[in-house]
Design a protein around this ligand. Structure first.
Ligand SMILES: Cc1cc2nc3c(=O)[nH]c(=O)nc-3n(C[C@H](O)[C@H](O)[C@H](O)COP(=O)(O)OP(=O)(O)OC[C@H]3O[C@@H](n4cnc5c(N)ncnc54)[C@H](O)[C@@H]3O)c2cc1C
Length: 468
């Protein structure tokens, strides 16, 4: 049987290769380092962690990333096995000795009889006779391959920078202050005339907000990233620094809106949030891409009326990246719709983070293996962390056509991507009514318990399909 080719031996490609070989199929893993370097990698090890050594929270009961860890462990992940074996103390987080971690992944893959590792750059689209390929070349995909992918997918389908606006959990917005309305009540395609959440600012609040943006601590760019500013994609603090009124004439325009809580008062400026996912659980702050440090974003954005208690599913950013407009281009099993022999995995699909990249590699590997064996690829339930992440990549996002950066942007796994509970817990084990943080914890526990139950059923179904 012909091998499955995996291009890129990072977090996603290493996991994908492992999953395929674990299903008894041959894999060729093509990794360009050390023949060709990237701007961020420093070694020739597979699954190198390019920056922090943290896999973030390992709490699988109340945290979406901890849940993803646990699901991956149950799905036989090599990345999680190597991480667990190379833990360093980090409180509730899973942090690893980066060299030991990478060495463990590299040696497990090198020792597997069904895996061949070739140290070479794939400098263009893979040869036509490779009938099953996983492209997992990451945020720093080599330029020739990136150009070839761009030629194959279309000019605006592959982005080289992300421009991330913060995303807020819908149920943390104070609708006694904010209100739903589209400018001039325009319905637009797919809209209902009340598609935006609007947060009103008085003149004094606006002035303070602009001052805070200008004074806030920012993150610089790496020298190799360049400065990707272009009009329509400027960080909010750069706009603020260009002139006091710039934001009021840009993303914070107060026109075409009437505040039902105070119809006589015209807001001086308005922050708009737009629905981000089909579930309607997440709303992004329109035009608020930013290089402010995360702590500063939380502090400053919570001064916006209506967002005093905002819970952020994602904070803003702007980085060198390489990612596809995946919801438009990829099918449900991560194949390029126009060329299904090519499947994508990892950060290039628009997930964000080491663990998420590895998880998408895990799925791509399983899907490719099932296809090679003539089985139907069973999709993970949408209620699992894997299913939630896959939903974000292949269809959960709502594409918008406003000016500015493309609306599909990278995202970490978070509970806003999960279908809401049919019945959220209202009372604790002691029969007392749940309120405040206790209610939030109980809701998260119910989401993770549902996920692990549904994951167990999915694993069972996969086993049956493989045995048939
Ligand atoms: C500078 C930087 C810092 C980051 N810091 C963090 C962080 O601290 N925490 C976090 O969770 N996430 C971080 N990320 C985001 C992301 O999680 C990581 O980049 C992650 O490694 C992505 O996994 P991946 O498998 O998609 O890509 P990678 O791990 O980058 O793997 C891609 C592999 O493909 C190879 N490759 C590229 N082109 C070719 C080609 N044409 N032929 C053959 N091989 C090729 C590369 O050499 C690389 O080994 C960071 C990203 C960047 C760019």
């Amino acid at each position: 049987m012909r091998p499955i080719h995996v291009i890129g031996g990072g977090l996603a490609g290493s996991e994908a290769a492992w999953q395929i070989a674990s299903r008894g199929l041959r894999v060729v893993l093509h990794e360009m380092r050390p023949v060709r370097a990237t701007a961020a990698h420093k070694t020739d090890g597979l699954a190198e962690l390019v920056c922090s050594n943290s896999f973030r929270s390992d709490d699988c009961a109340t945290n979406a990333i901890g849940l993803l860890h646990e699901e991956m462990r149950r799905l036989g992940s090599l990345v999680m096995r190597a991480a667990d074996a190379n833990q360093v103390p980090a409180g509730g987080a899973l942090a690893v000795d980066r060299d030991g971690f990478s060495a463990a992944v590299t040696s497990a893959l090198a020792a597997h009889p069904l895996i061949e590792i070739r140290r070479e750059e794939i400098a263009g689209l893979p040869p036509a006779d490779w009938d099953s390929v996983i492209v997992a070349t990451g945020p720093l995909t080599s330029p020739v391959l990136a150009e070839a992918i761009r030629d194959a997918t279309g000019e605006d389908a592959l982005a080289f920078f992300d421009a991330i606006a913060p995303i807020v959990h819908r149920d943390s917005i104070d609708l006694d202050v904010a209100w739903f309305q589209s400018r001039y009540d325009k319905a637009g395609p797919g809209g209902g005339g009340a598609d935006y959440v609007n947060c009103p600012l008085t003149r004094a609040q606006y002035d303070e907000f602009v001052d805070a943006l200008i004074a806030g601590d920012k993150i610089g760019f790496h020298e190799w990233e360049g400065t990707p500013y272009f009009d329509g994609c400027l960080p909010i603090e750069i706009m603020a620094a260009r002139g006091r009124e710039t934001l009021r004439h840009g993303p914070m325009k107060p026109v075409g809106l009437t505040n039902p809580h105070a119809p006589e008062e015209k807001p001086y400026a308005v922050v708009q949030l737009r629905q981000d996912n089909r579930l309607g659980t997440l709303f992004n702050m329109v035009g608020f891409q930013t290089k402010l440090k995360h702590g500063e974003q939380t502090r400053i954005f919570r001064t916006i009326p209506g967002l005093q208690r905002a819970e952020f599913a994602r904070l803003g950013g702007l980085h060198r990246n390489t990612f596809l407009n995946a919801p438009r281009l990829l099918d449900a099993t991560l194949r390029l719709k126009t060329e299904p022999r090519l499947r994508f995995a990892g950060q290039i699909t628009g997930c964000e983070g080491y663990v998420e990249s590895a998880a998408v590699g895990l799925l791509a590997g399983r899907f490719a293996a099932a296809e090679r064996r003539g089985e139907d690829a069973a999709l993970p339930p949408a209620t699992t962390a894997h299913g939630a992440l896959l939903g974000h990549i292949t269809g959960g996002h709502i594409e918008t056509i406003d000016a500015g950066p493309r609306s599909y942007q990278p995202m970490n796994v978070n509970f806003g991507l999960f279908p809401p509970l049919v019945r959220a817990p209202t009372h604790g084990a002691d029969g007392a009514r749940l309120r405040g943080p206790a209610k939030t914890v109980a809701r998260k526990q119910a989401l993770t318990a549902r996920a692990l139950d549904d994951l167990a059923r999915w694993i069972g179904r996969e086993r049956v399909a493989a045995a048939e």
